[in-house]
Design a protein around this ligand. Structure first.
Ligand code: NAP
Ligand code: GLV
Length: 317
């Protein structure tokens, strides 16, 4: 913490979009004037910095900022921080922004409805002036499985239940969530997948979840099932997904996240008639609500209270 100016008790280094930085700097100046806000790369004395607010940290921050105590991710995910490389004494906090939660719920509702109502097939038919009515089922008969029952997965589940879908979920630890069947752990993964007509991936990317959607696990999904990936691209083995779609084992895939972003213009996902690509927009951090969440957490830190969204470094999320 700052030694020079007795009125400054904490130094935050921000690295990210300029407009968001100005917005948050003003917020802190107004509500927590004892916090000094620095904008990367303009730091005179790196030893002063207590907290880093960023998506990607500066290179070699572990050596360059010797008194760093906390890293705040500006997003819900923390895989981009390369958790194993974070020093053990540094706390990592993910962004619990109500704006992200709302955006994700909307995106999952929109995607599930588009699959449920065959939007992609009708768009393809439009392009060929083809008039064909496809059979449908009621939402009550459509079973949606959510992988990851955390902050975003549980909110999406409620949003889907409000539309009348049958929702069930899967997590690492046993869970009890009102009005839904909950499965957990590798032993229950197959049963969970076997009853998912539409699968939503809302997992964090960790060593345990990388490539979790592969030839074998995709084969457990019912014939004609569809996938929505809003977790991370590396959850899916890309060629295994393409094969499952080409073999008509799977019907549609709505993909928002990719192993390499932006998705290469030549990537086969773009032209595949059963795939709908969106450019990582399911849930964008909202400056206003996320700024409030950050402010509340820094206030908790100053009060010696536990911060919301603290990451378990050994679990990786
Ligand atoms: P969270 O609150 O940490 O929830 C993660 C959930 O995943 C928890 O239910 C956890 O189980 C489960 N999980 C973790 N590892 C697992 C494993 N090995 N097996 C089974 N379940 C496992 O995270 P969140 O805030 O909901 O965010 C989830 C992810 O969404 C983020 O990490 C990010 O990758 C992605 N995201 C994407 C966008 C976008 O725009 N596309 C935006 C925001 C976030 P437990 O409950 O048992 O711990
Ligand atoms: C976006 O992908 C996030 O993690 O917030």
């Amino acid at each position: 913490m700052a030694k020079g100016n007795p009125e400054v008790t904490l130094n935050i280094l921000y690295r990210g979009p300029v407009e968001r930085g100005h917005n948050w700097q003003d917020l802190f100046a107004h509500h927590l004037p004892q916090v000094k806000w620095h904008t990367w790369p303009n730091v005179k004395d790196k030893a002063e910095i207590d907290m880093l607010v960023c998506w990607i940290p500066p290179r070699e921050y572990q050596q360059d900022y010797p008194n760093l105590k906390v890293i705040f991710s500006v997003g819900a995910g923390v895989d981009q921080l390369n958790i194993p490389s974070v020093p053990q004494h540094v706390q990592v906090v993910r962004m619990l922004d109500p704006g992200i939660q709302q955006g994700m719920t909307e995106f999952v509702q929109m995607s599930v409805l588009n699959i449920h109502r065959d939007t992609l097939a009708y768009v393809n038919m439009n392009q060929q002036s083809q008039w064909q009515q496809l059979p449908g089922v009621s939402t009550a008969k459509r079973r949606v499985g959510i992988m990851g029952l955390g902050n975003l997965g549980q909110a999406a589940a409620v949003g889907l239940q409000n539309l009348g879908f049958q929702v069930h979920g899967w997590s690492r630890n046993p869970k009890s969530v009102a009005n839904m069947s909950c499965f957990h752990g590798n032993a229950q993964l197959q049963t969970f997948l076997q009853r998912s007509d539409i699968l939503v991936c809302l997992l964090p990317l960790t060593d345990e979840t990388r490539s979790i959607l592969n030839q074998q696990t995709l084969s457990y999904l019912p014939q004609g099932a569809s996938i929505i990936n809003v977790g991370r691209g590396e959850h899916i083995v890309e060629q295994d997904l393409i094969d499952a779609l080409n073999e008509q084992h799977l019907r549609y895939a709505i993909l928002d996240v990719f192993a390499k972003e932006p998705l290469d213009t030549q990537h086969p996902f773009w032209q595949h008639p059963q795939i709908w690509v969106t450019p990582h927009v399911a849930a964008i951090t909202q400056n206003d609500s996320a700024g409030q969440a950050l402010l509340a957490n820094v206030q908790r830190y100053l009060n010696n209270e536990a911060m919301a969204g603290l990451v378990n470094l050994s679990a990786g999320y």
